[in-house]
Design a protein around this ligand. Structure first.
Ligand code: ZN
Length: 406
């Protein structure tokens, strides 16, 4: 940990109305060790909401050149102000992401994330322009136009969410135009996505995949990316300091153990954040990467700390359940977990969909689900097979785990 940099970051943060209050009794001069730093309170997304609209601003309003906002699907949005230097720093980090993925100025970068208050699209654009590549600022939607431009402009790199990349891949396949597509790489936003989906996108588009990481509160996408060795994401620690903590206790986990990613901005001016809880679950990958990058790595995001539950001493992450069910024939991707407490014992009911209607065959499928779940997730579930379409569907992220114990 670079103590002078941390001190400066705390000092800067305290210029904002939010941190002036949050760190009221804390002086940057008193932070002289990692232990001192770990005694600082976390910053939560709720805190940022409460600072709406510009309570996070740590500079005079004239110094703010732009704002972005995280999606306000639940309650008040969060507004993040940026200075000119923040925008430049973000651009440099994004360009570094492209370089790490092996892009050059010869590339034509097809950008499908949205532009606007949300940070995604414009970050991809700025990084492309700094690299000197050709940005094709599509934004989302209009699949016809996406595919036409992709063919006519000979796009070489696709930037997209995993679900949109899959949709485009399927559409390209369906139209039989794969030989007119020049893509060789895809840079995919860091939402959680299973190996099955990954494989399909890579296969159908014929591309190498890179995972890019970021969140609006901390610049936006582009604060880290996987390299050609595809073993975790390098994080730009010259701009950020990160910790992995136990999401329940807030204590630092042992090196290499899974936990929640907590980020401190080292150089941000507009809205510095100290010990910001991302709620993204990951782990640090220890040791050097074969690519020789000096930047440390975190594993791909395995879920959100808000989604995980502990049952009979085992921690259950939705992604592990996805992975487990994906390996079993005659089981759809839809499932629901109901955790109950009966007669002093925790019980995990696992409802899953199957096209099988025959009662006896269903019993066999349940048996296989029970065994596979026990082997991969670590505890024995009570499996309940239901017909396709019986479990609720949602256009947004659906809730799959219900904890009825408390
Ligand atoms: Zn690497």
């Amino acid at each position: 940990m670079n103590i002078p940099l941390i001190k400066a970051a705390i000092k800067k943060a305290k210029m904002s109305p939010f941190y002036a209050k949050h760190f009221e009794s804390i002086e940057s001069e008193d932070i002289n060790s990692v232990e001192d730093f770990k005694s600082l309170p976390f910053t939560e997304k709720e805190d940022l909401r409460a600072a709406y609209p510009l309570g996070l601003g740590a500079v005079s309003e004239e110094a703010i050149v732009r704002i972005h906002s995280s999606s306000g699907t639940t309650g008040t949005p969060v507004i993040i102000p940026y200075t000119r230097k923040d925008v430049e720093d973000w651009t440099v980090m994004f360009c570094r992401c492209y370089e790490t993925a092996g892009l050059t100025r010869k590339d034509r970068i097809h950008i499908t994330p949205g532009y606007g208050l949300w940070t995604a699209g414009i970050g991809f654009q700025l990084g492309a322009e700094l690299l000197g590549a050709m940005a094709i600022p599509m934004g989302p939607g209009n699949t016809d136009k996406q595919i036409k431009m992709m063919m006519d402009m000979r796009s070489t790199v696709l930037c997209a969410t995993s679900s949109y990349a899959l949709l485009l891949a399927e559409e390209i396949e369906r139209r039989g135009v794969k030989d007119k597509i020049c893509l060789n790489k895809a840079i995919i936003g860091s939402e959680r996505w299973g190996e099955k989906m990954r494989h399909r996108i890579a296969q159908e588009l014929g591309v190498e995949l890179y995972d890019i990481y970021g969140l609006t509160e901390i610049y936006g996408p582009g604060i880290g990316i996987s390299c050609p060795y595809n073993c975790g994401m390098h994080i730009w620690t010259d701009y950020l300091y990160y910790e992995i903590v136990n999401p329940r206790t807030g204590e630092t986990v042992n090196p290499g153990d899974s936990g929640e990613l907590v980020i401190t901005t080292l150089l941000k001016e507009g809205a510095p954040l100290i010990r910001y809880r991302t709620h993204d679950l990951t782990r640090e990958l220890l040791g050097p990467c074969p690519c020789n990058s000096p930047f440390p790595r975190i594993d791909s995001i395995i879920g959100r700390s808000d989604d995980m539950v502990k049952v009979k001493g085992a921690i259950i992450y939705p992604c592990r359940v996805d992975e487990c069910l994906a390996t079993i024939p005659d089981v759809s991707s839809e499932y629901q977990i109901q955790i109950d407490h009966l007669n002093g014992k925790d019980i995990l009911n696992l409802l899953f969909e199957t096209p099988i209607e025959d009662k006896q065959i269903r019993k066999n499928v349940e048996k296989i689900v029970e065994q596979t779940f026990k082997e991969t997730v670590g505890i024995t579930p009570h499996p309940i097979a239901v017909s396709i379409g019986e479990l609720p569907r949602s256009e947004k992220k659906s809730t799959r785990i219900f904890d009825n114990r408390y």
